[in-house]
Ligand binder design. Structure first.
Ligand code: 3PG
Length: 311
């Protein structure tokens, strides 16, 4: 009987590994497509506050329709749930808008190289704000992460301060988002998919007034005409694609966060950035100097060392 139980356990673990592997592969593929369409849109229509709002709006509408038509079961939520979700949504909104503003100013690859420094932010926030301590190797692993990002930044051909600071703000905001989300999802009956849907809806409510204040309908209307004149009527499909893929990749990432630790999540996220960096450099013919590529490689290697040190 014991052997049978062990067999059962081994089979369950193997199935779980395959499931997480599939989630990860889907998450990365959807993310690559999002990043490409997002940059194509931003190149023709440089209004990152509107494109960020549209991504959240599209996800919110998709989920409201899924709930109304019972394609997905609507979550049972109370006031307490939305109150606890607020800080997560605020961090998500700031991280999302900051990353999109960054990508409107610099190459996609550069934003993601800086964003591969997220584990360093995670350690610093946990250490100085939450009082957690880590074994010495974890702190050592921050050196290549920070050093590699710095090297990539100073050797970046198209360096832009807003692009750099946006990616850094996004790092900080997403560390808070991930810490609060995992706490909020623990022991709750709301699934990863529905949790992310509620997060989109609340973030949309937070972001909309700011997007109107920073950019506004007049600027958008003129910019839209310009983009359609350049690209043609197909431009609307680019916007639709960036919005739909934004929701889908985040939804799948939350479905995996539901099953794994925040650490495994951040390793998966860094590996995702390798595919985004490589594919965007190829598609957009981004010029890369050897020293620039070296910086990115050191930063990513640092993240692997970090994950090993933290195990
Ligand atoms: C965004 O727009 O929210 C960012 O591109 C997301 O960054 P991520 O790769 O950390 O999800």
């Amino acid at each position: 009987i014991n052997i049978e139980l062990l067999d059962e356990q081994a089979r369950w673990e193997a199935a779980q590994r395959i499931k997480i592997g599939l989630y990860f592969a889907t998450w990365w593929a959807l993310n690559v497509v999002f990043n490409i369409y997002n940059k194509m849109v931003l190149n023709a229509f440089p209004y990152p506050w509107l494109t960020s709002t549209l991504s959240l709006a599209c996800g919110s509408i998709m989920m409201l329709i899924s709930w109304a038509t019972r394609i997905a079961a609507a979550p049972k939520t109370d006031f307490e749930f939305w109150k606890n979700l607020f800080p997560v949504a605020l961090a998500h909104t700031i991280g999302h808008v900051a990353a999109t503003v960054s990508m409107s100013k610099v190459a996609v690859s550069f934003t993601h190289i800086i964003k591969s420094g997220e584990p360093a932010f995670s350690v610093l926030v946990s250490r100085f704000l939450l009082g957690d301590t880590f074994p010495m190797p974890v702190y050592w692993s921050l050196l290549p992460i920070i050093g590699g990002c710095a090297l990539a930044a100073v050797s970046e051909l198209n360096f832009n301060m807003i692009g750099f600071v946006g990616a850094m703000i996004s790092n900080l905001a997403f560390v808070f988002r991930n810490i609060f989300s995992k706490k909020g999802m623990k022991g709750k009956s709301v699934s990863g998919m529905n949790y992310y849907a509620c997060l989109s809806i609340l973030s949309l409510l937070i972001l909309t007034p700011f997007a109107i204040a920073v950019e506004g309908p007049q600027v958008w209307a003129a910019g839209w005409q310009n983009a359609v004149a350049q690209i043609g009527p197909n431009f609307v499909w680019w916007v639709a694609a960036q919005s739909i893929f934004y929701h889908l990749y985040n939804q799948v990432s939350y479905m995996s966060l539901d099953q794994i630790s925040p650490l495994t999540f951040s390793i998966g996220n860094t590996m995702k950035r390798i595919s985004v960096i490589v594919s965007s450099i190829i598609i957009f013919h981004t010029p890369v100097q050897p020293i620039n590529a070296l910086g990115a490689a050191i930063a990513i290697l640092g993240t692997f060392l970090y994950s090993q040190a933290k195990l």
